[in-house]
Design a protein around this ligand. Structure first.
Ligand code: BT5
Length: 247
């Protein structure tokens, strides 16, 4: 699949820009900002990205051949997270995934993804926006201001990172696989994804919107990318969406 990078020196948020301009943007457009003044994560949490030298971008996806209900948006974010892991590994850094799509190095968050779907009228899909933030050159001092353990590629390797080269490697990985992935779904990457899930077999807590948290052992990642969790009473749960914490 072809892609086109549209670069900005500064945006409030690449996701916000992509969602607002979605009708005019094309499938495969990539909005990149050198800095974001209001980068955000899920639930409007802040994403620290107001200093240059890091990757802040949003992919615009407008697949035509799948019904909206079947569009595997979470799965696409899992494909992108896996691509980030592969690019980090090519730099000699061991990366893991925290289901569904956080990327960690040594248990510290190095990349986060924010997937959004935009509809219009009576449920007509305008498109999807897949935001990605990767800490490339954030210093240890900046990282210390983040509320949860975080790291950057430069801190891990001790060397400055060229943002464009990292971006191109991630985009190449994602867009090379994207068309086939939209047809075949998560099973195409399940083994590669599983190989980067150190939490499997451990006690975790899953926090979900408008539901009680679930505590249990993370047992498996199912063929469609959902998490399988077993609670203390032996009940097996399928979890499609949620946020995972060490339990
Ligand atoms: C995420 O949210 O992990 C998704 C982050 C997506 C950011 C990209 S950047 C390009 C695009 N444009 C945007 O505006 N957003 C996307 P969440 O799982 O809610 O995690 C947010 C939490 O991560 C915060 O509450 C902090 O604890 C932590 N955090 C904030 N900035 C961080 C950073 N630079 N590195 C690591 N952790 C960070």
């Amino acid at each position: 699949m072809r892609y086109r990078i549209i670069e900005f020196a500064e945006l409030a948020s690449t996701n916000r820009h992509a969602c607002a301009q979605l009708r005019e943007l094309a499938d495969g457009d990539v909005i990149q900002a050198a800095i974001q003044t209001a980068g955000h994560g899920r639930l409007q949490r802040r994403w620290l990205s107001h200093v240059p030298g890091n990757l802040c971008l949003s992919l615009v996806l407008k697949p035509r051949h799948a019904a909206p209900a079947a569009l595997p948006l979470v799965n696409l974010s899992q494909l992108l997270a896996l691509g980030v892991c592969r690019v980090l590994e090519a730099q000699g850094v061991c990366a893991t995934i925290k289901w569904p799509n956080d990327v960690l190095v040594g248990g510290r968050k190095i990349a986060g993804l924010l997937a959004e779907t935009v509809f219009q009228g009576a449920g007509e899909l305008v498109g999807m926006v897949l935001g990605l933030g990767v800490n490339l050159n954030l210093t240890a001092k900046m990282l210390d201001t983040i509320a949860q353990p975080a790291t950057s590629l430069a801190v891990e390797t001790g060397n400055p990172v060229e943002v464009a080269a990292f971006r191109d490697a991630v985009l190449r990985d994602f867009f090379t696989a994207c068309d086939e992935f939209l047809g075949s779904g998560f099973s195409m990457i399940r083994q590669a994804y599983l190989a980067r899930c150190p939490f499997l077999g451990s006690q975790v807590e899953i926090r979900r919107a408008m539901a009680e948290p679930l505590r249990g052992v993370a047992q498996d990642i199912l063929p469609d990318g959902a998490l399988e969790l077993v609670t203390a009473d032996g009940t097996v749960h399928r979890v499609d969406l949620g946020e995972m914490f060490a339990g």
